[in-house]
Design a protein around this ligand. Structure first.
Ligand code: KG4
Ligand code: ZN
Length: 339
């Protein structure tokens, strides 16, 4: 079964062709990052306009790279939630038109289920159930993936998402949006002989699978402002490494507890922040310690792309999910809900 998939939930205009869910024939991504970087973050209205401008060309290039014709496509999958509402609506409207004109079903897809599905593409033998820690610019969730189309949320952040926290502290350190990747690189250059700084790792004793990143962000901002006001120098690389270590610790402790509670021996990572080298290292150590099998998708599949939507769309299709011309998009929606 060939699926054409579309992803426009934030600042990437993406289209892909996948066969039977897991085989990627093409994965075209046009990133709008340079345009938004000028403003220090994503400007929703500009994102929507850029998606409209790029959708036809990105989709044509996905079809051409896959070497398939429109008449070969069996279904169109599209991200319908969660995300920037205007951005989602551009992709959804485009996908409705494509499905209608090709005479094939439309399958609405949840973006988080897409991130999780990146693991099915990267690891052809992976089957649910497993534990998946999803860390992106908008979400931090510890998910019990019970089946391909059945995700249960165990916990998550009560405030900022991990990626959001990374981008905000990276900005304070002078990196343009989105600074998570640069912060990771700077952290790697830190002197291994020098100790890391003590940064908060807040938790909720009554809800041990919940976490928070806003305290960490505030602590870093205060530290930098105080140093600047006093005219003192500080080691940026050590601060960057301390931030990466704190985020990694927060994620690992929840993931360890969730795996223990569920008795799962398969742990997966997903989302743009899963590209972080400290987090990848931390999860590798956790797996070695606990004897769990670890699934770390390659960085290209961690960030937003349409192949992951095609894969999740395939399993949603098998589960009977269909959209029609009245299908709406939703800025917020839990992955536990169905369309
Ligand atoms: O999943 P994604 O592409 O988009 C959303 O759905 O939000 O995630 C983007 C986020 C951004 O916050 C970006 O800074 C972060 O992933 N990111 C990283 C790294 N690479 C991307 N954060 C930390 N370290 C990295 N290496
Ligand atoms: Zn995403």
């Amino acid at each position: 079964m060939l699926i054409l998939s579309i992803e426009t939930s934030c600042d990437e205009t993406a289209a892909s062709v996948t066969r039977d869910g897991r085989e990627v024939l093409s994965n075209a991504v046009y990133t709008q990052i340079a345009m938004h970087a000028e403003y220090g973050g994503v400007v929703p209205e500009l994102a929507s306009r850029k998606h409209i401008e790029k959708l036809c060309a990105v989709t044509d290039s996905a079809l051409a790279q896959a070497g398939v014709q429109r008449r070969d496509i069996d279904a169109v999958a599209v991200t319908a939630a969660p995300g920037l509402i205007g951005a989602l609506l551009t992709g959804l409207s485009f996908a409705k038109g494509a499905a209608l004109s090709m005479g094939v079903p439309l399958v609405p897809v949840h973006h988080i289920k897409g991130h999780i599905a990146a693991n099915y593409i990267a690891f052809p033998g992976l089957e649910p159930p497993f534990l998946c820690t999803v860390v992106s610019g908008g979400h931090t969730l510890f998910c019990d993936v019970r089946d391909y189309d059945d995700v249960h949320i165990l916990g998550g952040t009560r405030d900022d998402a991990a990626g959001e926290a990374f981008d905000k502290v990276a900005r304070v350190l002078g990196f343009p949006y989105p600074g998570g990747k640069e912060l990771d690189r700077l952290a790697r250059s830190a002197d291994p002989q020098k100790p890391s700084l003590k940064l908060p790792r807040p938790g909720f004793p009554e809800a041990p699978l919940e976490c928070s990143f806003s305290g960490l962000k505030t602590a870093v901002i205060n530290l930098v402002h105080t140093a600047n006001q006093k005219g003192e120098d500080f080691d940026r690389a050590i601060l960057a490494r301390s931030i990466c270590e704190a985020v990694t610790d927060i994620l690992i402790s929840r993931t360890r507890l969730a795996a223990e509670t569920l008795g799962y021996k398969k742990i997966a990572l997903a989302g743009g922040v899963a590209a972080n080298s400290f987090i990848r290292e931390g999860f590798t150590e956790l797996a070695a310690e606990t004897g769990a099998e670890l699934f770390l998708p390659p960085p290209a599949l961690c960030g937003d792309n349409a192949a992951m939507i095609g894969c999740a769309g395939y399993y949603a299709y098998l589960a009977g999910t269909r959209g029609d011309l009245t299908q709406n998009a939703f800025a917020t929606m839990s992955p536990e809900e169905r369309f």
